[in-house]
Write a protein that binds this ligand. Structure first.
Ligand SMILES: Nc1ncnc2c1ncn2[C@@H]1O[C@H](COP(=O)(O)OP(=O)(O)O)[C@@H](O)[C@H]1O
Ligand SMILES: [Mg+2]
Length: 239
């Protein structure tokens, strides 16, 4: 069953076309990755899911329902949560306050469930529990990424969207984060992540797509793409 589907989605900024008819889908329970070079349109694709920018053509379906023209503020409550590029945590607020911000759109009656999600976030990222009272701006880059993922989890998404979670982080920290992403997926959350770090992303993913200049160039299982000569040459340093 498809949780998310894009049908020939076009998007861009003013007269500048970025996505040129992108079609892809994510099944319930899958980990899907979209890999592509800097400037390929990965962030634009994720932002278009939230109507910023609004798709200029094609259709976006969530659970089979057309959400292409839904106002952005309606989209937050539908079960998608985005971990944005560059984390975008609130540096002056504490770790605990940042997590609480992730749950602002959760209805009152669901707050006991939010408490359980907070405990789960602290279990997955113990460092966040240790630093709960600390200003988020004092965290390391890796800890800020963990916080951004935790904050997104607080809205209890069915599909978690991640924009280059490995960007700028040391290999050991990246490994830690990808291990947790695997755990989050194993607990039933669908993952769709965009990455330049093709190696880690394709190892994690069930399926992947390659975005080149706003178009899907290739698709296949994570394993098949990892073994593909063109992917290896373009995204894996030719090894
Ligand atoms: N807010 C914006 N206004 C105009 N052009 C933009 C904006 N954001 C991104 N772009 C352009 O859109 C293209 C795709 O960018 P982006 O989606 O950020 O790619 P990626 O995330 O794959 O690096 C790039 O050419 C970029 O310069
Ligand atoms: Mg980007």
């Amino acid at each position: 069953m498809r949780i998310l589907e894009l049908e020939r989605v076009a998007s861009g900024y003013g007269s500048v076309a970025v996505l040129r008819g992108v079609s892809l889908h994510v099944n319930v329970g899958e980990i899907v990755t979209l890999i592509g070079a800097n400037g390929a349109g990965k962030s634009t694709l994720l932002m278009t899911l939230f109507g910023q920018p609004r798709a200029a053509g094609g259709r976006i379906l969530l659970d089979g329902v057309d959400i292409t023209q839904r106002p952005t503020h309606h989209l937050a409550g539908l079960g998608m949560a985005l971990v944005p590029e560059g984390r975008r945590i609130f540096p002056g607020m504490t770790v605990a306050e940042n997590l609480a911000m992730g749950a602002v759109s959760v209805p009152e009656e669901a707050m006991p469930e939010v408490e359980r999600v907070r405990e789960r976030v602290f279990h997955l990222f113990p460092i966040l529990a240790e630093r709960a009272g600390q200003r988020a701006g004092t965290l390391s880059g890796g800890e800020q990424q963990m916080l951004a993922i935790g904050r997104a989890m607080m809205s209890r998404p069915r599909v978690l969207l991640l924009d280059e979670p490995s960007l700028g982080l040391a290999p050991l920290v990246i490994r830690r984060i990808f291990t947790v992403l695997r755990e989050i997926a194993a607990e039933g959350t669908t993952l769709f992540l965009v990455e330049q770090n093709a190696n880690q992303a394709l190892r994690l993913a069930n399926r992947g797509y390659v975005l080149v200049n706003g178009e899907i160039r290739m698709e296949g299982s994570g394993e098949a793409l990892l073994a593909d000569p063109e992917v290896r040459r373009a995204y894996l340093g030719g090894h």
